[in-house]
Design a protein around this ligand. Sequence first.
Ligand code: FES
Length: 320
Amino acid sequence: MTISIENTLINARVQRRDDHTDDIAVFELAAADGSSLPAFEAGAHIDVVLGPDLIRQYSLSNAPGATTYRLGILNDPNSRGGSRSIHADLKAGAEVQISAPRNHFPLAMEAEHSVLIGGGIGITPMIAMAYALQAANNSFELHYCCRSESRAAFLDELRQAFGDRLVLHFDDVEAGGRIDPKSLAAARPGTHLYVCGPGGFMDWVIEQGKAAGLPDQQVHFEYFNADVDISGEAFEVYAEASDVTVQVGPEESIASALKAAGVRVQMSCEEGVCGTCICDVSEGTPDHRDHFLTEEEKEDNDQIALCCSRAKSSRLVLDI
Ligand code: FES
């Protein structure tokens, strides 16, 4: 079955907006009717509904236990409409629909030590994690990698909240600027490594963590965008619940082929990172292209991301 967020939407209001840098704005959202927003854990994100076909995910960056949700959003020059529309339209007092929080990026609170690495706007979930680890009196360090100090958001707060547990890495600072994830991962036994940021940066940190000998379950990551290649050989899809058969062409996604045939597909990121379009597979072998399912889930071959994944078999039967 596909996941639907429609039943869980919450009407929220922008209680406060602060533009931290030229291209990063920080929004504090409260329930529009004054009620409490659902509780959240560190690492959680919400969907923000920006239009009929425009839903984007943003990590919550405030301390778990807060009664508001705080989002830090980069006005991405490569935006397909999401961050641009938020920066232009979401002023203090504006109303917006959001989902309840979901957490695909939970902390392993039993870790002996946690290394949190945020690249650029990928710092946002790391801030919530640092607050949670600090509240639990757990050992951690927070690394913030950014092009320059003038492009970094949240700096005053992070310096004040985390003191020498915060390590800054600015590309334009030569001495001691560059992060070394392999050494950080290897420095203490029982370390768990967490990373969020641009795709290439994350790939590199994950690879370095594994090269340091960390097992998969001690390397945690959440992609918020990805370059995904959806092309490949044509194949057939039978949408079982809708009783519709479609041919998926070499350059189109399963989602677009199904949509063209009138089958409703719930989507959000459209690049394999959010999980909104995940659907059960009854027959056939998926060719997984997403960054959402775990390696184990991919090996099971009983779920597929309709926005980007394809088929290794000539036919898939899907529960949609
Ligand atoms: Fe986000 Fe497919 S729409 S994973």
